[in-house]
Design a protein around this ligand. Structure first.
Ligand code: SF4
Ligand code: SF4
Ligand code: SF4
Length: 258
């Protein structure tokens, strides 16, 4: 009798265990396919696809962070399960000069070389995201004096600066508008954390989401650095039916154009 009960309990436990397990796997699967593209990764993270295939979800970076900035994604969080991320409005990255979260990564998912200058760790090189100002809700754009984000920035006057403009509405006041330099902004989110509005009027987004990409078809002819960019880029040509011929032939064969 006891043995019968034992088998029944064991069987039920096994079934429940399997149901819980399959529920967890299903939840992880749903999280993976619906994963929020707005996720912010730790400093020095590889490109998102490479990061996802390299990070083993060990949590070493999370453990190493002295500010509890980094967390591992939980089931149902709409983020790839077990991967580290941060939410700057809750806790930003404090840009530790020794970047303790990076060297502990055992797989290279956080690549120290991408945040190093002359083999020395340099947090200012990190590109966790980029801050974007919502000029409709930033009160500095209304003419109210606020520089909380500007003052919070560890790269003040480089990553973010205040632009002076005359307030034409009042004729006697000035706007001091926060402007982000996306080349320098690290995406630490200290500005988002400091913003005084109910919902932050400056937020950090992944660079891939927030920034465009000009490609190799346009060049700033007045900028030597831009010429180097084009020279370094892989040779790319766009071939169409018309461009296969010489320009003169194409123009003469008007049927191709209509
Ligand atoms: S740099 Fe410092 S604050 Fe930022 S995630 Fe790494 S350990 Fe945390
Ligand atoms: S230490 Fe590296 S492998 Fe481990 S969770 Fe962090 S990023 Fe992933
Ligand atoms: S995220 Fe904000 S605080 Fe951090 S570097 Fe960029 S502008 Fe400065």
């Amino acid at each position: 009798m006891i043995s019968g009960r034992r088998e029944f309990i064991l069987g039920t436990t096994r079934t429940t265990g399997l149901l819980v397990l399959s529920g967890l796997i299903w939840s992880a699967y749903v999280d993976e396919i619906t994963a929020n593209k707005l996720i912010l990764r730790p400093p020095a993270a590889l490109k998102e696809e490479d990061f996802l295939s390299t990070c083993i979800k060990c949590g070493m970076c999370v453990e190493a962070c002295p500010f509890n900035t980094l967390v591992l994604a939980k089931p149902g969080s709409n983020k790839p399960l077990g991967t580290p991320y941060f939410e700057p409005r809750q806790i930003p990255c404090y840009m530790c000069p020794d970047i303790p979260c990076v060297p502990v990564c055992p797989t290279g998912a956080l690549d120290a070389t991408s945040v190093s200058t002359n083999k020395k760790l340099d947090i200012n090189k990190s590109k966790m995201g980029v801050a974007i100002v919502d000029d409709k809700n930033c009160i500095a754009f209304w003419g109210i004096q606020c520089d909380a984000c500007y003052r919070a920035c560890p790269l003040m006057d480089e990553a973010i600066y205040l632009k002076y403009e005359k307030n034409e509405r009042t004729g006697k006041h000035a706007f001091l508008k926060p402007i982000v330099n996306s080349d320098i902004c690290t995406g630490c989110g200290l500005c988002e954390h400091a913003c005084v509005t109910k919902e932050a009027a400056i937020i950090v987004l992944p660079r891939k989401v927030a920034l465009g990409e000009v490609g190799n078809h346009y060049i700033k002819g007045w900028d030597k650095k831009d010429e180097i960019r084009i020279k370094k880029s892989k040779n790319q040509t766009t071939k169409t039916k018309i461009s296969e011929k010489s320009a003169l032939d194409s123009l003469n064969e008007t049927k191709d154009l209509y």
